[in-house]
Write a protein that binds this ligand. Structure first.
Ligand SMILES: Nc1nc2c(ncn2[C@@H]2O[C@H](COP(=O)(O)OP(=O)(O)O)[C@@H](O)[C@H]2O)c(=O)[nH]1
Ligand SMILES: [Mg+2]
Length: 242
């Protein structure tokens, strides 16, 4: 009989030391902090969206395009994680939305404690929609709850349509998959149908929207989805207080 995968990953090879899996304890600590963020944001009715993808799939450009559409309709803020530089936060501020860079100093994902610390350095009172742009990486960010309401993963048409099956945890834990850079579809071998089918085999409930931040395709649908979630969040807070 074959050994279940979960047991296999914890079993030491012959001659090796069997170590305690301390990562599981770290994740428990992370989830505790994530709950603090979730409770705090629920009390003030701020919708929190964790944006994940590989590096270069268009997360920051999407933040800029979303800012252009929604900044006069609702109050937005963006926390953005990268290993180095403040470049993305500057781009988002230039688009007219308050933004703070979280420099992870080499860590390949954001953790809830980083987000909680950053929250002390940006005004979130009255913010309807808080985006957390994660570090570009389809692997590690999947394991860390940041206290978000929704996780949205971008997959660019330039990345190849085989990624949902190769990086299943990211697509399993996301509510939405945005197929980005749709303007490049005529030039790259990428099937929207195939990527949606693979993603739904991993996560049957994943909602897919095809977007292009440069041509504007799908940005209306994306912004409508966001506005609906903001409305729901406000209703939920009202019901919680009543
Ligand atoms: N053609 C095209 N290029 C895009 C689009 N969105 C982003 N890009 C380009 O892709 C590159 C990476 O984008 P960026 O937003 O920085 O990606 P991030 O690393 O995921 O934040 C930049 O050169 C962008 O100009 C798009 O919708 N269409
Ligand atoms: Mg970016």
């Amino acid at each position: 009989m074959s050994t279940p995968h979960t047991q296999k990953s914890n079993r030491a090879p012959v001659g090796a030391v069997q170590c305690e899996n301390t990562s599981l304890n770290l994740l428990k600590a992370n989830d505790f902090v994530a709950k603090t963020i979730r409770d705090r944001m629920a009390a003030q009715s701020t919708l929190v969206i964790n944006i994940t993808s590989s590096a270069g799939s268009g997360k920051t450009t999407l933040m800029q395009a979303t800012a252009a559409r929604l900044k006069d309709t609702l109050s937005m803020a963006v926390l953005v994680g990268d290993l180095e530089t403040e470049r993305d936060a500057i781009r988002i501020r230039e688009a007219g939305v308050p933004s703070l860079q979280i420099v992870t100093g080499g860590i390949c994902h954001l953790e809830a404690q980083m987000v909680l610390q950053a929250m002390d350095h940006i005004t979130l009172e009255g913010v309807d929609l808080l985006f957390i742009e994660n570090v570009g990486n389809l692997v590690c960010p999947a394991a860390f709850d940041l206290g978000e309401d929704y996780r949205v993963t971008l997959i660019a048409t330039t990345e190849g349509d085989d990624k949902p099956k190769k990086y299943p945890r990211m697509f399993l834990t996301s509510e939405v998959m945005l197929i980005s850079k749709a303007d490049l579809l005529p030039y790259v071998p990428f099937s929207v149908e195939a990527v949606v089918q693979d993603a739904r085999e991993v996560n049957p409930d994943i909602h897919a929207i095809t977007v292009s931040s440069t041509s504007g395709v799908g940005i209306d649908e994306w912004c409508e989805w966001l506005l609906e979630r903001v409305r729901e969040k406000k209703e939920a807070t009202k019901a919680m207080i009543a």
